[in-house]
Ligand binder design. Structure first.
Ligand code: NAD
Ligand code: IPM
Ligand code: MN
Length: 370
């Protein structure tokens, strides 16, 4: 039986609070026998800055590179607003993504039946929703050079961010999109802004060429990203897989979160390329939301995005599809019983805190495995 090594990086704000809940889930799976998960823990974000003066230490970076999967909470907060740019909490997450070469970020937005009333959109618009946003994660304006602020000496400053994409970066995320679409409803919508951005022109060209090169069984559609944002709230069920660059993916996935009821519901998986010899890939699993400084320390954080991110780890890093399905079902069942953290509460439901929601999901796992 295999042992899988997980590096837990709780981070800041509600990060450590939701990590407690995922640890309960990991212990639950360990208690079932079979493969086991060994966990190590590190610091990232503001907590790493406070301890080491950097957003992630070299030692923790090395642990992340060696782990079978990294489970990441959230980073950032007002406490670190004025620390230097290259050591701010978010830099730790960006370094992990870049150094681990996690180019494919999967952000599934699913509307659980019990939550069809929790969205700010009308029920018929989101009921049954199941879409996948595939965000390119190691390129684009996040990492392009130059990235500078220069003093022009006349009382003005100039800030420059640079959007850069090479063919191979677009091609590999496009392939991933077509391959995921084949396991789903067979449709990919590629979003860019080719009307104003050169990178949009190349994006469109490479996605189209990749499609012609062995993926024509998948339906491909192109949409300008601004119109895509509008369509996402107008009629989101028209989409299956949405593929887009790093920045559009960041924004569109926060929009998509509200289709599911709350940012606290959206999990993600960040995957690298499969090693040609072992088939293994580097991976990091994290909720889409941030450190939620406004509710940190109140016990109100929704742990579902974090726990569902662990379900994605079971699915994509450990080939434990039945276990992943079971964990997703346990989440759905806890919601079906009317339990809600504050962010997803509606009339007639019972508001519970972070740890009660975690416990309720464990109780559902027990019921499902009985
Ligand atoms: P945020 O996602 O932290 O919070 C936005 C809103 O959603 C807040 O009202 C918050 O209370 C709510 N929310 C988020 N997660 C929730 C949960 N699990 N349960 C209940 N409510 C939840 O975004 P922000 O406030 O714009 O950013 C705060 C900090 O987090 C910033 O420093 C930002 O850079 C950082 N951030 C980090 C990550 C990450 O670590 N992956 C992602 C996004 C933002
Ligand atoms: C996300 C976050 C990050 C991003 C930040 C914290 C660097 O917003 O994961 O969505 O912009 O990618
Ligand atoms: Mn974001």
């Amino acid at each position: 039986m295999a042992t899988h090594n997980l590096l837990l990086l709780p981070g800041d704000g509600i990060g450590p609070e939701i990590m407690v809940e995922v640890k309960k889930v990991i212990s639950w799976f360990n208690a079932q026998g079979g493969d086991s998960f060994e966990t190590d823990e590190g610091l990232v974000g503001g907590s790493a800055y406070d301890a080491h003066g950097v957003a992630i230490s070299e030692e923790d970076m090395a642990k992340a590179m060696a782990a079978d999967a990294v489970i990441f909470g959230a980073v950032g907060g007002p406490k670190w607003d004025s620390v230097p740019y290259d050591v701010r909490p978010e830099a730790g997450l960006l370094r992990l993504r870049k150094d681990m070469e996690l180019f494919a970020n999967l952000r599934p937005a699913i509307c659980y039946p019990a939550l069809a009333d929790a969205s700010s959109l009308k029920k018929d618009i989101i009921e049954g929703l199941d879409i996948l946003i595939l965000r390119e994660l190691t390129g684009g304006v996040y990492f392009g050079e130059p990235k500078t602020i220069t003093d022009l000496g006349n009382g003005q400053k100039r800030a420059i961010d640079t959007q850069v994409y090479d063919t191979y970066e677009i091609e590999r995320i496009a392939k991933a999109a077509f391959e995921f679409a084949r396991t789903r409803n067979g449709k990919v919508t590629s979003m860019e802004k080719r009307n104003v951005m050169k990178s949009g022109v190349l994006w469109n060209e490479v996605v189209t060429a990749t499609h012609k090169n062995g993926y024509e069984d998948v339906k491909l559609e192109h949409m300008l990203a601004d119109a895509g944002g509008m369509q996402l709230v107008r009629w989101p069920k028209q989409f299956d897989v949405i593929v887009c660059d790093n920045l559009f993916g960041d924004m569109l996935s926060d929009v998509a979160a509200m289709l599911t009821g709350s940012l606290g519901m959206l999990p993600s998986a960040s995957l690298g390329a499969a090693d040609p010899k072992t088939g293994k890939r580097k991976a990091l699993y994290e909720p889409v939301h941030g450190s939620a400084p406004d509710i940190a320390g109140t016990g109100a954080a929704n742990p579902i995005a974090m726990i569902a991110s662990f379900a994605m780890a079971l699915r994509y890093s450990f080939e434990k599809v039945a276990e992943a399905d079971m964990l997703d079902k346990a989440i759905a069942n806890a919601l079906a019983k009317g339990l809600r953290t504050k962010d997803i509460a509606s009339e007639g439901t019972k508001v519970v805190g972070t740890s009660e929601m975690g416990d309720a999901i464990i109780a559902e796992l027990n019921a499902l495995s009985a």
